[in-house]
Structures are given as C-alpha cells and as structure tokens.
Design a binder for this molecule. Structure first.
Ligand SMILES: [Zn+2]
Ligand SMILES: [Zn+2]
Length: 98
C-alpha cells in the first residue's frame, strides 16, 4: 500500500488520511479549516476532547500540540509503526458528555 500522506499531528507517513474539522461543523466550522490526520490521531483527539472543548480551546494545530495529553500521546505514537491498529479509549469526561 502506498504511504503518501503525512499526518499533521504525529508526522508519520500513512496510507490513509482523515480530515479533522478544527471547528466542528455543528459549531459553524468551515470546510477549509481542516487538519490532515492519520486515523489514530483523529480518534485520539475526539477521545480526549469534547466538540465544545475542541471548538473553544483546540481550534489550531498549535494549541493541540501544546496540550499535555497530546504531548504524552505523541511521545507514545511516534514509536508505533504507521498504519498499525491502536486501541484508543475515550476519556471519562468525553464519555459523560456524549
Ligand atoms: Zn497521526
Ligand atoms: Zn475530527
């Protein structure tokens, strides 16, 4: 499989890339305000933060990269081969808010 996408968060080269809306569509996010993320990073972001948190605190790549939980995650994911499956668990406060 060709690995020709670079994830903007973990910088790994992956075969599948997803689009993350920095401001969720339901909060008025526009189509062009997106990040290219590997499926694992994308899942991780939504597991850590609610849409409201994403819209208010994490609407730039820089603000995501500054977060302690993301920093910890990136330290972990950089040693995981691209395209391998990683089980991401939703944090409790995300589960609670639905
Ligand atoms: Zn990634
Ligand atoms: Zn997303």
């Amino acid at each position: 499989m060709a690995q020709n996408h670079i994830c903007e968060l973990c910088n790994r080269s992956v075969s599948t890339i997803t689009k993350h809306h920095l401001i969720p569509l339901e909060k008025g996010g526009k189509k062009f305000e997106t990040l290219s993320l590997c499926p694992t990073c994308h899942k991780q972001i939504h597991a850590l933060f609610t849409n409201r948190e994403l819209a208010t605190h994490y609407h730039t790549l820089e603000s995501l990269k500054r977060d302690q939980k993301i920093i910890k995650y990136l330290r972990f994911i950089e040693n995981i081969p691209a395209d391998s499956y990683v089980n991401i668990k939703k944090s409790r406060h995300v589960r609670k808010s639905g």
